[in-house]
Ligand binder design. Sequence first.
Ligand SMILES: NC(=O)c1ccc[n+]([C@@H]2O[C@H](COP(=O)([O-])OP(=O)(O)OC[C@H]3O[C@@H](n4cnc5c(N)ncnc54)[C@H](O)[C@@H]3O)[C@@H](O)[C@H]2O)c1
Length: 332
Amino acid sequence: MSEPIRVVVTGAAGQIAYSILYMIAKGDVFGPNQPLILHLLDIPLMMGVLEGVVMELADCALPLLVSVVPTDDPAVAFKDVSAAFLVGAMPRKQGMERKDLLAANVTIFKVQGEALDKYARKDVKVLVVGNPANTNALVCSQYAPSIPKENFTAMTRLDQNRAQSQIAAKVGVPVANVSNIIIWGNHSSTQFPDASNAKVVVNGKEVPAPSAVQDDAWLRTYFVETVQKRGAAVIAARKMSSAMSAAKAACDHVRDWFQGTAPGRFVSMGVLSDGSYGTPKDVIFSFPVSISNGKWQIVQGLSVDDFAKERLAITGKELEEERSEAFAVVNA
Ligand SMILES: NC(=O)c1ccc[n+]([C@@H]2O[C@H](COP(=O)([O-])OP(=O)(O)OC[C@H]3O[C@@H](n4cnc5c(N)ncnc54)[C@H](O)[C@@H]3O)[C@@H](O)[C@H]2O)c1
């Protein structure tokens, strides 16, 4: 067994955290030989609820969980952490404009960036789940100048997992037979789920997804829209937003970041854009990445047709607009 590492989950009294904490604490992310100290951050009003979560974690009797630190103080929450799951955010309330939601949230991520800068390990890996996730991650990294920019990422893995499951169902194969789906851009309805470079194993043979699906019209319309609107469909059915699947996706994202991707395989992550594929620079844009030794790299040389280029431009423009709105708020 190695030395325990410290991992923080923010929004720890919320619904995504309720699933994430169990998955992390039983070894799904850092492996079966990595003991953990979990730091749980939420707002003062939620400390009572958080106490119940701490009781349940104890009652799970998980061998890897060395201790739990519940707190409403970012200085305690971010102290010496190796990984940060930034889930906590202000939910959209009735009558709230998108701009108001962005303003409330970027302020939270400015404060948390400053706290990470001061208290976390300099090699901390940060995943932002709280929405607007891409722009929150950008703001957070801006306020943590002592931590490398590549250590800040935003979650589009839930969209990737949703897309993978749609393709598997359409072809009639297990979900594990589908790989290399790409989510481009923002984690919002402008995202572009793209299966044109994906692979599917059919009857023991790996083939390009478009030839397995054999329905280009479906791939360009129904598939794209279903993935883009899946979050809203879950809310309509459950009366609450995706939580179990969001938690699983966050764990997949951070596990692959720490443990790497298999040769020839890639996953989608919101990372700082270097302008690859004609995208705007210096926004957190979801790209296909391969990962080794804890470092991600944008996969280069994939085919992007005119249909895809148009969609990349739309989602890139939205991210540039969010960036201007966000920095107008934090610089005010
Ligand atoms: N990127 C994605 O794919 C994805 C998917 C699903 C949900 N989300 C987002 O994840 C976020 C959390 O969702 P949820 O369902 O768990 O919400 P929730 O409302 O159940 O929980 C959020 C928790 O965050 C806490 N919180 C608020 N401000 C905080 C702060 N400054 N510091 C610490 N904690 C704070 C709240 O008190 C609450 O306990 C939302 O923003 C949601 O939109 C993202």
